[in-house]
Design a protein around this ligand. Structure first.
Ligand SMILES: Nc1nc2c(ncn2[C@@H]2O[C@H](COP(=O)(O)OP(=O)(O)OP(=O)(O)O)[C@@H](O)[C@H]2O)c(=O)[nH]1
Ligand SMILES: [Mg+2]
Length: 312
């Protein structure tokens, strides 16, 4: 996982090991290693550019500071390698952070809505199941799952199966349109004592105007407190474009980034916050329902920098 990204930082680190001083030349060489692997790892090109600029600036500042210190004390407190990697870590965390895994809860008696949207096959329905399990466990709520995908033949049955596995109710209605289904589900939730409603919408392309309009209509009809966009990490820069268009249209609250357990190059995870301003809330780390992690920029930065995962 994230091996492509990790490679460049490892190369930079090796290059800096044993180097006596952080100089302009050394910084540029290390940045070149990092740049290559960011591009190869499918980080959005604007993000690559900004990241490298920030690291360069901070590293030059550090260069001056270290030189002054070594004059003053005659010894070095940290090595160029440590200094460079610490700067990269800082900038990675700033770019993906701050941590924001909050959810909004509806005030009053109405159930809290979560609308889950995204491209076909991105992992929406699976994420609906994972999210429901998470909300039940962490927030002690009772979710109702809503089958709002009326287009893919097996979609309703897939959600029903998830409902059985989770022992949670599923709302579906044959022959009705998604807007109607979502509205009715809100009422059904109240009747069944559910205080959370999770809408599993159909996969769609951002350029499919009628289907995007349908999401607008659902949003207006049920005003879910949370709109989460599901992005497949394997789709790299495309995922970032998708995030931009869905966000412009729906003003999403956050992202669930799926399939980071695979051989995803991981660039999307680095780029989404910087480009859309919207946080990643969760990471999908496998097909099973317990494979959902709250997103921690520090954790991902450590994985990328090959420091092992630092929890917290
Ligand atoms: N490895 C891995 N596979 C995942 C993850 N999330 C979902 N999948 C798999 O991705 C495939 C598609 O998942 P779905 O949840 O059906 O995707 P969807 O977005 O609902 O698909 P449509 O409703 O057809 O648009 C399934 O085979 C899932 O098991 C994840 O985090 N990791
Ligand atoms: Mg689905």
């Amino acid at each position: 996982m994230l091996e492509t990204l990790a490679k460049g930082f490892r190369a930079a680190r090796q290059r800096l090991t044993g180097v006596a001083e952080l100089t302009d030349d050394v910084i540029e060489d290390a940045l070149r290693d990092v740049r290559l692997s960011l591009l190869e790892g499918d980080v959005e090109f604007r993000v690559v550019k900004r990241f490298l600029e920030r690291v360069r600036e901070a590293a030059k500042g550090k260069e001056v500071e270290l030189r002054a210190k070594s004059k003053e004390y005659g010894t070095k407190t940290i090595t160029p390698e440590q200094a460079f990697i610490a700067i990269c870590q800082d900038e990675l965390i700033k770019m993906m952070g701050p941590v924001d895994t909050e959810m909004r809860w509806s005030s009053g008696k109405a159930p809290t809505g979560f609308m889950v949207v995204g491209l076909q096959g991105s992992g929406k329905t699976t994420s609906v199941g994972k999210l429901a399990r998470w909300i039940e466990k962490t927030h002690k709520k009772k979710p109702l799952l809503v089958a709002a995908d009326i287009y893919r033949p097996a979609a309703v049955e897939q959600l029903r199966t998830l409902g059985r596995q989770l022992d949670m109710p599923v709302y579906s209605a044959e022959g009705k349109d998604p807007v109607q289904i979502c509205k009715e589900a809100n009422e059904a939730a109240a009747a069944q004592g559910c205080d959370v409603v999770i809408f599993d919408t159909a996969g769609r392309l951002a350029i499919d105007e009628p289907l995007m309009q349908e999401l607008d209509d659902i949003n207006k009809a049920v005003t879910p407190a949370n709109i989460f966009l599901v992005l497949d990490a394997m789709t790299g820069q495309d995922a970032v474009n998708v995030a931009e268009t869905f966000n412009n249209r729906l003003d999403i609250d956050g992202v669930i980034m799926t399939k980071l357990d695979g051989d995803a190059r991981g660039g999307a995870a680095l780029s989404v916050k910087e480009i859309t301003g919207k946080p990643i809330k969760f990471l999908g780390m496998g097909e099973q329902l317990d494979k959902l992690e709250e997103f921690r920029p520090e954790g991902l930065a450590s994985r990328i920098l090959g420091m092992g995962d630092i929890v917290g």
